[in-house]
Design a protein around this ligand. Sequence first.
Ligand code: FES
Length: 103
Amino acid sequence: MKRIDLGTLDDWAVGEGRRVSAGEDEVLVVRVGDRLVAVGAFCSHEDLPLEGGSLVGEDLWECPHHGGRVVLSTGAPGGMPVVAPVATFPVREVEGRLVLEVE
Ligand code: FES
């Protein structure tokens, strides 16, 4: 398992999304309220980067390319033209640091 240090919550603005490399995996990390959530970095619609999109409400990420949406908590499709899920990854707090875990 790969563990990537994401810093502390103060290092992230609410609604900010950043693409993070974890070895061969690319992950989009988003601050939602007082936590970080992580999903696969590429949209399932046309395999384009989700980075550069925007947080909608408290659990949707809008893709910057065609406006499709992904449910951040589950990776499920949240709005057309996205119809397939993306992977999700855990972010845990370890000794005051937020750590992304990728198998
Ligand atoms: S690539 Fe994301 S909606 Fe088309």
